[in-house]
Write a protein that binds this ligand. Structure first.
Ligand code: GLN
Length: 591
């Protein structure tokens, strides 16, 4: 097992995850099997209870793990399937060590950060790195470890110490480190001092970077490179200049032009690994496809414009997988993606009274939308605005994609406007009381009185219902398959008592779970594209393999659904394959 540690210095949030996943992609294109581990030095056991307005999206895995959004980068770039264990938090490590201590496993010893916490981290990394993550079902050759935060943060110290130990215990050519730094420009001059200090901090913590990846807006000047090489004690070619690219999908190409492949090959002696010719060939094919898809993206001039009606818009990463899935689909359709974000609350009459300009702006954006997407969310805030958006999309025949909460509001809207279900029934139990007569009701088994890891989570099958061959979504997934697997994260569902009434008026429940009582997919027949899904297809969208609900939606918004429907439908993972935490109302998540 070879390890590539990607750490950060100076400031966080400069694209460490993209550099790490790009490095992984390059290894993969050589034919290697690549896994990844993301380390988050916070004390939360997982990201499941974190407010998206503060931390960005919660990413969901096949196994139901609610993890840091960076794991999404790896799954999307490397086309792999990770497990909850691939996200190590300090919370997980401490829980494990304390549990062992309570069991008496330490035989009366004093339990300490070094060696017990650090030992637990090392053992965890070495065990999880070996778990197969791709179709080969074989042990990976290389594991990319991304260390969250910056080296020197207090909470990250146990991880830095553990990684330094791991490095010392391994043969020299089994471990390398890429340290990602940032080069600010002051009065037109590229400044290297923060990078020098960052490199010093890493060395004094017992780690030795092999490569320094410098994030910068413009290309690095030769003098800057020379200086960094001298002060960070690496040869000149080991300084990578990662300038801003027109698209993050071009970062792997930039890194490849800066010889990252030969640099990793020599440092880790990768040429000594047995690589199967089949994987080598598929790696080369992936690289060709990647280049063809992403090179020249900035020259696409035909756009596809989407309105996303959300409630966590303050934090740009709240809908990361959703926007990535839209990008994947737009790239496939060769359109430049333009997303307009509309705050759901701005669509509500209350905003007209307090902020008329925002109200009219939001209404204008909605009424000129070519496609309307409502993503997932928790709690009642903003849902009346979402219902208004779903109403517009349905009546004006604007392509609509509702994800999870976005499906639930579409069902509520239909119940109100078409079936005449009165209030308070035409609402969700999540928005007011947990009454059982609502159109959207709670799934009792997912309300055990605590919040962490208790939703209906992870990969589950959706079975296509009889006589739904007309469905555009089904056609995209591939008509021949009886079901499809997608990832879930919800606590509420459509009330089975209302199905007949809704269906009678034309809201077709075309996909249900295996028991037939959980509604998974709604679609309107007489509409260019009106689809609601209870699952989150964005967690399985891949750069080279866009998610079907997103592809259909983007294609419909771009006026090219016909051609996409004509050509596609065979691939995909079809079966056989605020502030504070804001929790109110007992066990409801109401951000
Ligand atoms: N809040 C809704 C539920 O729990 C929707 C969840 C979501 O959008 N992820 O069912």
């Amino acid at each position: 097992m070879k390890y590539v540690l990607v750490s950060g210095g100076v400031i966080s949030g400069v694209g460490k995850g993209i550099i790490a996943s790009s490095a992984g992609l390059l290894l993969k294109t050589m034919g290697l099997k690549v896994s990844s581990i993301k380390i988050d030095p916070y004390l939360n056991v997982d990201a499941g209870t974190m407010n998206p307005r503060e931390h960005g999206e919660v990413y969901v895995l096949d196994d139901g793990g609610e993890v840091d959004l960076d794991l999404g980068n790896y799954e999307r770039y490397l086309n792999i399937t990770l497990t909850r264990e691939n996200n190590i938090t300090l919370g997980k490590i401490y829980s494990k060590v304390i549990e062992q201590e309570r069991r008496g496993d330490y035989l009366g010893k004093t339990v300490q950060v070094v060696p017990h916490i650090t030992g637990c981290i090392e053992e965890w990394i070495e065990r999880v790195a070996r778990v197969p993550v791709d179709d080969t079902a074989e042990e990976p050759d290389v594991c990319i470890i991304e260390l969250g935060g910056t080296v020197g943060d207090i909470e990250g110290m146990p991880f830095v110490e553990a990684l330094a130990e791991l490095r010392r215990n391994l043969p020299r050519d089994d471990f390398m480190q890429i340290h990602v730094s940032y080069i600010p420009v002051v009065h037109g001059e590229q400044k290297t001092k923060p990078t020098q200090m960052a490199a010093k901090a890493v060395r004094s913590a017992g780690l030795i970077p092999d490569l320094i990846a410098c994030r910068c807006e413009k290309p690095l000047e030769q003098a800057t490179i020379d200086k960094i090489a001298r002060f960070c004690q690496v040869p000149n070619p080991h300084v990578l200049a990662v300038r801003d690219m027109p698209s993050t999908y071009q970062v792997p190409i930039l890194l490849s032009e800066q010889n990252l492949v030969p640099l990793m090959t020599t440092t880790l002696q990768l040429d000594r690994l047995p690589i199967s010719p089949a994987l080598q060939q598929s790696g080369a094919h992936t690289w060709e496809t990647w280049r063809a898809l992403t090179l020249g993206l900035q020259h696409l001039h035909e756009t596809v414009e989407i309105v996303l009606v959300g409630k966590y818009l303050e934090q740009p990463d709240s809908y990361l997988s959703v926007t990535k899935s839209l990008e994947h689909a737009a790239m496939r359709c060769r359109r430049k993606l333009v997303i307009k974000y509309v705050d759901a609350e701005h669509l509500e009459p209350a905003t007209l009274a307090t902020n008329a300009a925002a109200f009219y702006k939001a209404r204008h954006d909605l009424s000129t939308a070519r496609g309307i997407l409502i993503p997932g969310g928790f709690g009642g805030r903003g849902t009346e605005g979402m219902i208004a958006a779903a109403n517009w999309a349905r009546e004006k025949k604007v392509p609509y994609l509702g994800i999870c909460l976005g499906m639930q509001v579409a069902v509520i809207e239909f119940a109100r406007s078409v079936c005449g279900v009165p209030l308070p029934q035409a609402s969700s139990a999540e928005f007011d009381s947990d009454d059982e007569d609502r159109v959207i009701v709670s799934m009792p088994e997912h309300h055990p009185g605590k919040l962490g890891g208790t939703m209906r989570l992870g990969l589950r099958a959706t079975v296509w219902q009889p006589d739904t061959e007309w469905s555009k979504l089904r056609a995209l997934y591939g008509l021949q398959s009886g079901s499809v697997n997608e990832r879930h994260r919800h606590r509420y569902e459509v009330n089975p008592a209302y199905i007949e009434r809704l269906q009678g008026k034309g809201l077709e429940f075309i996909g249900k779970d295996e028991t037939g009582v959980r509604m998974e997919v709604v679609e309107l027949r007489e509409h260019p594209w009106f689809v609601g899904v209870q699952f989150h297809p964005e967690y399985l969208s891949r750069v080279l393999e866009p998610s079907k609900p997103y592809l259909g939606f983007i294609a419909a918004a771009a006026g090219m659904l016909g051609s996409v429907l004509g050509g596609g439908g065979e691939e995909g993972r079809v079966n056989g394959h605020g502030r504070g935490h804001g929790l109110v109302n007992g066990d409801k998540m109401a951000y």
